[in-house]
Design a protein around this ligand. Structure first.
Ligand SMILES: [Zn+2]
Length: 269
């Protein structure tokens, strides 16, 4: 099997593994009645060209968009009024200063304690770079630094916006969850006599669990599905960029964004 074909099969397995997990929800454990849920989402695709995160070998900023990026929030509240907000983002990660700024502001605006805010990033290697350190005050900041800093400011406001909207939308709901399994992932750090190499290591530690949470409204209609910790490093860019995007420098949400679209289309068609 050549590398390209292997990558393509991984994408297909990933998608079908998640779909299988959703089918298993018929056997899922159900959370007690009296809960509420609310959701909101916002587009976070950069409005213009900017440098991307994930591959230091890139020689130029982004050129167009292959798949829009989103941030999504889902708030849940139990019968005692305890709240938790999940936020998922199509980004490379959540830098610590961003996390700290968001939790501080969420507590101030929505009285949401830091322990009730879960921030998740899909780790796409085709999203914007995130500059979270302050710009130099002597005016020496480059255009690249200014653009990224402005993007981060806008991003943080958008994330706070959907946290607030998801809390405003809280309404009676039923929640189910399970741990499905996505068994194709493999450790990719093969030990050698010196440093580990970046190649398959079938005896290495790996996590195949896929926790899945489903929210249905009082009429039984599925409103939201959240899965977290798909055990895969989302660098499917070789397959995706060569076959679909053609260019290494287009904005793209990577595997989870793609799988999410497939599942969304299947559930809400
Ligand atoms: Zn990575």
């Amino acid at each position: 099997m050549n590398v390209r074909r292997g990558e393509k099969i991984n994408v297909i397995r990933n998608t079908f593994g998640l779909l299988a997990a959703l089918l298993l929800l018929t056997q899922a454990r159900q959370v007690e009645a009296g809960w509420k849920a609310g959701a909101a989402k916002v587009r976070i695709t950069p409005n213009g060209s900017m440098w991307m995160a994930g591959y230091s070998a890139r020689k130029k900023p982004s050129e167009g968009v292959a798949l829009e990026l989103h941030a999504k929030a889902m708030a849940v509240e139990d019968e005692k009024g305890t709240r938790l907000v999940f936020v998922t983002t199509d980004l490379i990660g959540i830098p610590r200063p961003m996390r700290e700024a968001l939790e501080k502001e969420a507590e101030k605006r929505f009285k949401l304690p830091p322990a009730s805010l879960l921030l998740n990033a899909s780790h796409t290697h085709c999203g914007p770079e995130l500059r979270v350190s302050p710009l130099p005050e002597d005016g020496s900041a480059t255009e690249r630094q200014k653009i990224s800093a402005a993007y981060v400011q806008d991003l943080q406001e958008k994330i706070l916006g959907i946290i607030g909207q998801s809390l405003d939308q809280l309404a009676p709901a039923k929640l189910d969850y399970l741990h499905a399994r996505c068994g194709f992932a493999m450790n990719r750090r093969r030990p050698t006599q010196t440093v580990p190499t970046n190649s398959p290591h079938s005896d290495g530690p790996v996590d195949h669990d896929v926790p899945v949470l489903r929210v249905t409204d009082e009429a039984g209609k599925v409103r939201r599905v959240v899965w977290i910790c798909v055990p895969q490093h989302n660098t499917i860019v070789l397959f995706v960029l060569r076959r679909l995007c053609r260019l290494r420098s287009r904005i793209f949400g990577s595997g989870p964004r793609w799988a999410g679209r497939v599942i969304h289309d299947g559930l809400w068609r």
